[in-house]
Structure formats: C-alpha cells, structure tokens
Write a protein that binds this ligand. Structure first.
Ligand code: HEM
Length: 195
C-alpha cells in the first residue's frame, strides 16, 4: 500500500518538476529578452549582501523571479530523486534519469551564477541555454515513463502502434523483446495498477 502511494507520489513529482522546468525556461527567456540579465549583479543573493528578498525595482522582478523559479525547480528535482531512491529502485531507468536530472539542475544553477558573475559572457549564456533544454528533455522523458501506466488507453495504443511500426522494420531496427519476464510486483505496460 505504502509502495503504491510512493509510486503515485513519484509520478506526480516528475510532472511537477517538468512544469517547473518549463516555467523557469520561460522566465529565463524573459530575463534575456528584456535585457535584465544584470539587474541582480550578484549570486545567490541579488546584491551580494545575503538578502534573499531584494527591493523589486527596475528589472529585478524579471531576474529574481527566474532565480526563485530555479530554486523551486531544484527542490522539486531533489524530491524526485529522493522518491526514486526510496520507491523506484526496481525501475533502474527511472532511477538513472532522476539522478541525471539532479546532476543537470545543480550544474545549471551554478552556471546561472557564472552567467551573472561573468557579466553575461556569451559562452556561458549558450551553455546555460543548452543545459536548460537538455534538462527539460530529460524531465519530460522521465515524466512520460513514470506516468505510462496512467496514460489514457488511446495514448497507450498510439505509443504501441508507433513501437510496432519499428518492429515491422528490418531485423536490425526492430525493438528487442525484453529478455527478463516482468517480476510479480510489476504490472504489464498498458494495464492500470490496482490498489
Ligand atoms: C536551474 C535552472 C535554470 C534554468 C532551467 C534556466 C534557464 C534559463 C534560460 C532558458 C534562459 C534564457 C537563455 C536564452 O534565451 O538564451 C536563462 C537566462 C538567464 N538565466 Fe537561467 N536558468 C536556471 C537557473 C538560473 C540561475 C540560478 C541563475 C542566476 C543566478 C540564472 C541566471 C540567468 C540569467 C542572468 C539569464 C539571462 C542571460 C542574458 O540576459 O543573456 N539562471 N536561464
């Protein structure tokens, strides 16, 4: 029972992290487009005085909202990883993707600081954008995989059809069949988990 609840928590947490990542990216684009990248010239606090709630004047709102979103994103990815450690040890792919996301979000937050400290050096900005998109891709994949069993049957059928189109290809491109039968505790893909 507690395990089922753990799986539920995990899949909701992945979706939350994915949404937060999307929001953070949008707010980052806003910082860039509004030219407010240096409205907060220091990191992690805006003016380097340790005050985490700066006066909202000028472009500070744009820059600070991006940092706050990044903070919540980092916390959500940490929660995803902890939940994966506790409840998803049996699903190694999910565990690895969670750790990969954690590594990327930590790198990205540190890099954000470097973007500011460098006075918006182009290589840092490009790397910052590159890691942001990779992180979103990873979180999206994790969310889809973690929620596969809860997807509407129509969507599951669509995924199956897409996969079977690959299986109809020449043998070299066919999807390999799993060698190990699913354990008793595992519900086959496409069937809802009861209880
Ligand atoms: C951790 C998750 C983060 C994500 C996913 C993220 C994502 C992004 C994205 C997508 C942009 C737009 C870049 C572009 O359009 O080229 C951006 C801009 C920016 N980010 Fe982040 N960011 C994160 C964290 C941070 C942090 C912690 C800081 C600050 C300390 C920061 C500082 C900046 C700055 C200053 C810009 C604007 C750069 C410019 O004006 O050219 N970011 N971010």
């Amino acid at each position: 029972m507690a395990r089922t609840r753990g799986h539920e928590l995990f899949r909701v947490a992945t979706a939350m992290a994915c949404l937060l990542c999307y929001t953070t990216i949008l707010l980052g684009g806003n910082v860039m487009a509004s030219g407010n990248g240096l409205a907060c010239p220091d990191w992690p606090s805006c003016y380097g005085n340790g005050n985490l709630l700066p006066a909202f004047q000028g472009g500070v709102v744009a820059e600070w909202s991006h940092r706050v979103a990044a903070f919540f994103l980092s916390v959500s990815v940490l929660v995803v990883t902890l939940l994966a450690l506790v409840y998803e040890r049996g699903r190694k792919v999910l565990l690895r993707l969670s750790f990969g996301s954690l590594a990327l979000v930590v790198t990205e937050a540190l890099l954000g600081g470097l973007v500011v400290e460098s006075g918006l050096e182009l290589p840092f900005i490009l790397l910052h954008l590159g890691i942001a998109t990779a992180l979103f891709g990873l979180l999206l994949l994790l969310t889809v995989l973690a929620n596969l069993r809860e997807l509407p049957p129509r969507v599951v059928a669509w995924v199956r059809r897409a996969a079977s189109e690959v299986s109809d290809s020449p043998p070299s491109m066919a999807l390999p069949r799993p060698e190990v039968p699913p354990s008793k505790s595992e519900v086959p893909f496409g069937q809802p988990r009861n209880g």
